[in-house]
Design a protein around this ligand. Structure first.
Ligand code: FES
Length: 108
C-alpha cells in the first residue's frame, strides 16, 4: 500500500487534507477522519448517498464517472446531483489519485 493525500472541502468551507492508503475508498478516509457530511450510513454499499461528493473537474477525468448502479442512486438526489457527482464509497484510491480534491455535497 502506498501513502497518499486527499482533500475534502466541507460545506462550511473548511478544507481537510488527510493521509490515506491505496486500496481504501475515499469515503473510508473521510468517515474515519470525521469529515463533516460523510456519514456513510450504508457502510459503502452504494445505496444511501450520504457519502456524496463533487470531484474537482481535473480529478474527475481520472476517477471517471459513476457506473450504472451509482448513477441510479445519484439520480434519486435530484438537483444536488451535478455532472461531477460521485459517491465517495465507489472511489477506490490508487496512486494516480494522490492529491485528489473533492467537495462534500449537501445532505441528501
Ligand atoms: S456510503 Fe452509502 S452510498 Fe456511499
Amino acid at each position: 500500500m502506498t501513502a497518499l493525500k486527499v482533500s475534502f472541502t466541507e460545506q462550511s468551507g473548511e478544507v481537510k487534507t488527510l493521509s490515506a492508503l491505496t486500496g481504501q475508498t475515499l469515503m473510508e478516509v473521510g468517515r474515519d477522519n470525521g469529515v463533516a457530511g460523510i456519514l456513510a450510513d450504508c457502510g459503502g454499499s452504494c445505496s444511501c448517498a450520504t457519502c456524496h461528493v463533487y470531484v474537482d473537474p481535473e480529478w474527475f477525468k481520472i476517477t471517471g464517472g459513476p457506473d450504472q448502479v451509482e448513477t441510479e442512486v445519484l439520480e434519486l438526489l435530484g438537483d444536488i446531483a451535478l455532472p461531477n457527482s460521485r459517491l465517495s464509497c465507489q472511489i477506490r484510491l490508487s496512486p494516480e489519485l494522490d492529491g485528489i480534491t473533492v467537495t462534500v455535497a449537501p445532505p441528501p
